[in-house]
Ligand binder design. Structure first.
Ligand SMILES: [Zn+2]
Length: 198
């Protein structure tokens, strides 16, 4: 797994633990609940403030075999490349959120296709779902958080200038999934009776 990650210096995307109950405003404290495996933030009225990872959704928007990446104009990872993506909203299906984020950040219109992968980053408190998407319209134009959008072929992806480990993992998985690119099965190693090379 790639080690580089521009978000490592940033706190959990959830922010620090809240001090007050969002339901009633009373102070919360960490308490062990019955039959639970870690302490939870609980107020005097017994409301539990759940703290769980957030879901990020994104796409690899592809047209003519080239994948569109966006150059980030915000931290973390300013100046580096990533696929368009962002936090899934409540009430929104994952693929729909991926389409919305893609259209906001690139102005491309896309049809969301297969799931490339689900990537967990426990240190950042996020799980990222990345889909392949067909570009079906629109004109490339960077959105508010993006300085540039550019299409890259599988052989010219800027591996050294990617923003997050998730970006690298998803692009590697996408490239490996392309025809003729997958992990190579070398049948000659398994043919009985063949003389070994050299
Ligand atoms: Zn409460």
């Amino acid at each position: 797994m790639p080690a580089r990650d521009a978000s490592d210096a940033y706190p959990l995307t959830l922010g620090p633990d809240p001090r007050f109950c969002p339901a009633c405003g009373e102070p919360v404290s960490a308490r062990a609940l019955e039959e639970d495996h870690r302490p939870r933030l609980v107020c005097a009225n017994g409301h539990v403030t759940w703290r769980n990872p957030r879901i990020v959704v994104g796409t690899l928007p592809v047209r003519d075999g080239r994948v569109h990446l966006a150059r980030r104009d915000i931290e973390p990872g300013r100046g580096r490349w990533s696929y368009p993506g962002g936090f899934l909203e409540l009430g929104e299906a994952a693929a729909e959120g991926a389409r919305r984020e893609t259209e906001e950040e690139t102005r491309l219109r896309v049809q969301v296709g297969r799931l490339i992968g689900a990537y967990s980053r426990p240190q950042a408190g996020v799980v990222t779902l990345v889909y392949e998407a067909d570009v079906v319209g629109g004109e490339v134009a960077p959105g508010a958080e993006t300085s540039e959008v550019r299409a890259f072929g599988a052989d010219d992806i800027p591996w050294d200038a990617l923003a997050f480990s998730t970006t690298e993992s998803a692009l590697r998985d996408w490239v490996a999934s392309l025809p003729g690119r997958g992990p190579r099965f070398e049948p000659e190693l398994y043919v009985e009776g063949d003389p070994p090379d050299g």
